[in-house]
Design a protein around this ligand. Structure first.
Ligand SMILES: Cc1cc2nc3c(=O)[nH]c(=O)nc-3n(C[C@H](O)[C@H](O)[C@H](O)COP(=O)(O)OP(=O)(O)OC[C@H]3O[C@@H](n4cnc5c(N)ncnc54)[C@H](O)[C@@H]3O)c2cc1C
Length: 515
């Protein structure tokens, strides 16, 4: 607080996390009682990846008053209906983790239970046939959900894929328009209050100091304030999530613009494919204990479909989370607070959630330890829930073709996940605890997609007339397919919506700073 009672918020770092925070804070705190300053260093650059998201980002955009078509145009963005997983359960397998529900529950009985029972009776196809988002993705088509009782199109759920560099630039323009002050420069020193230990200012190379009351550490993996200054400590999860490297490489688009991300498993990791308007993002996430960089690069190049637009860039990371995200008057957001790994595109959501949680617990004149601990408790819960869901993809494999897959198949997993898997195995039941991010359909998609069939279906499903259920299911299946076929392609939809970038302004390839 300064003498006038105003609060100064200082954001250290201008990657996706820093600019998301600046855009959100400056929208709500433009009352003149708070100042928002963001300091970043062009010389250091950003991580330059992070291009696939999950549906709650639409709420964040809504909170910021962002017009979706405008946002898609300026970030060369595309729609995402889910993730296609290739080679995960067994080599040659393919399944889709869609956003949105499977089918419709009947008389309060979960659709997947009716499906499990029907499947034991008759050939009712893969569960993917009973999802609107999956049907649209399979047809390479897209439209926003339309509330119409006659059509299942209202069941479409979607997120976005965008260029990480353009996204940060878009948010920067928004934040600056709303009053955020950007300072260019490298932070070289952190000053703290001798008594409380709180951070009071950060010092730049030119000797100038930026003072603040609340500091958001958005400095990336290094955790400039939360770790380098405050020594908070990091909880390493690599025994469950052993990926520690990624090679990222953009390529030219080929074929139609798929409205989904693809995750293809390889010998010691997996490869992402994210189609954007102007290029495709690719990357090979791998475990360096089981694969050398050269081999990872060879595999990446071999599987990239279009012409490479840059050389692969190596990123190193350790999966896990900071022991506490909020310490003293420093809140870590983004990679400084932890990183699970990008398989389910959750990192940007963790930033979003951290910002929304910070709003809910925004400190007044001074930070109250109880509120700070509530923030830390909630963030830990969210991180651990996401962690368990991502581990499931590795644990629930039947692959044994490499030492890596044998390791993840046989590894011990957290007790929380053991319980979930056992409950699933008995009767295909999933219980969503607290504010768990991934709901029932996500667990069903991965379990069944990776061939983990429960021993029995829920006996409650036997209470419905099987012929009526079969009839209703057949009707759902037909209507999803028919509705998908009537949709425009993703490119046609984007163009018609005015969400296609100007042809003469195709942005240069953004690849972030050299790693
Ligand atoms: C391989 C990989 C793939 C990913 N894929 C996805 C995905 O598909 N979906 C998703 O949601 N997330 C993904 N992520 C995560 C996502 O990239 C990040 O969560 C997101 O970009 C936020 O990063 P950040 O802003 O925390 O850090 P960074 O982008 O690293 O930004 C750090 C900022 O701090 C500044 N800085 C650092 N030190 C100083 C200093 N001394 N002085 C001044 N400024 C400084 C830098 O200049 C930079 O502006 C992925 C991450 C990786 C590694």
């Amino acid at each position: 607080m300064d003498d006038t009672g105003n609060t100064a918020v200082v954001i250290v770092g201008g990657g996706t996390a820093g600019w998301m925070a600046a855009a959100a804070l400056s929208r709500f705190f433009s009352d003149g009682r708070r100042t928002i300053t963001l300091v970043e260093s062009d010389a250091i650059g950003t991580v330059g990846v992070g291009e696939a998201t999950i549906p709650p980002l639409r709420n964040f955009n809504g909170m910021l008053g962002i017009a979706e078509n405008d946002f898609l145009r300026e970030t060369c963005g595309t729609f995402k209906l889910g993730i296609e997983f290739v080679n995960w359960g067994r080599q040659g397998d393919r399944y889709f983790h869609p956003f949105g529900e499977y089918g419709q529950d009947l008389h309060g009985i979960a659709f997947h239970q009716l499906y499990l029972r029907e499947r034991a009776r008759d050939d009712c196809g893969p569960i993917a046939d009973y999802s609107m988002s999956t049907a649209a993705a399979a047809a390479d088509r897209f439209a926003r959900p339309r509330p119409d009782a006659q059509s299942p199109l209202g069941e479409i759920r979607y997120a976005f894929q965008f260029d990480a560099g353009l996204y940060a630039a878009y948010l920067r323009r928004l934040a600056e328009r709303q009053g955020t002050v950007r300072r260019e420069g490298r932070v070289v020193h952190v000053h703290r209050d001798g008594e409380s230990g709180d951070v009071v200012s950060v010092e730049l190379e030119d000797g100038s100091r930026i003072a603040g009351d609340l500091f958001l550490d958005c400095s990336g993996f290094r955790g400039l304030l939360i770790e380098e200054e405050l020594g908070t400590g990091y909880e390493d999860w690599s025994r469950w999530l052993p990926m520690d490297r990624a090679l990222a490489m953009p390529s030219a688009n080929t074929g139609s613009l798929n409205p989904y991300t693809r995750a293809t498993a390889h010998g010691a990791g997996w490869q992402w494919r994210i189609p954007l308007q102007h290029r495709t993002g690719n990357g090979h996430v791998f475990c360096s204990s089981y694969m050398e960089r050269d081999e990872a690069e060879r595999i990446l190049r071999q599987h990239v479909e279009g012409e490479p637009l840059a050389d692969p860039r190596l990123l190193r990371f350790t999966t896990g989370m900071r022991k506490r995200a909020w310490v003293h008057n420093v809140v870590a957001l983004g990679l400084s607070s932890g990183f699970i790994e990008p398989l389910e595109s959750t990192a940007i959501h963790l930033v979003q959630n951290g910002i929304q949680r910070l709003f809910a617990l925004f400190p007044d004149k001074r930070v109250d330890p109880l509120e700070r601990e509530e923030y830390n408790r909630g963030m830990r819960e969210l991180y651990e829930d996401v962690r368990d869901f991502v581990i499931l993809h590795y644990k629930a494999t039947q692959r044994d073709d490499t030492a890596f897959w044998r390791y993840v198949r046989d590894m011990e997993v957290p007790e929380t996940l053991v319980r979930k898997m056992k409950l699933w195995q008995l009767h295909g039941r999933v219980f969503r605890e607290n504010a768990e991010l991934f709901a029932l359909p996500s667990w069903v998609a991965v379990m069944l997609g990776q061939n983990v069939w429960p021993d029995r279906h829920d006996p409650i499903a036997d209470t419905l007339d099987p012929d009526k259920v079969a009839g209703a299911m057949a009707q759902m299946r037909r209507s999803y397919r028919a509705a998908a076929e009537r949709l425009p392609t993703q490119e046609a939809f984007l163009r018609q919506a005015g969400a296609w970038h100007a042809e003469d302004e195709i942005p240069r390839v953004q690849t972030g700073a050299p790693a």
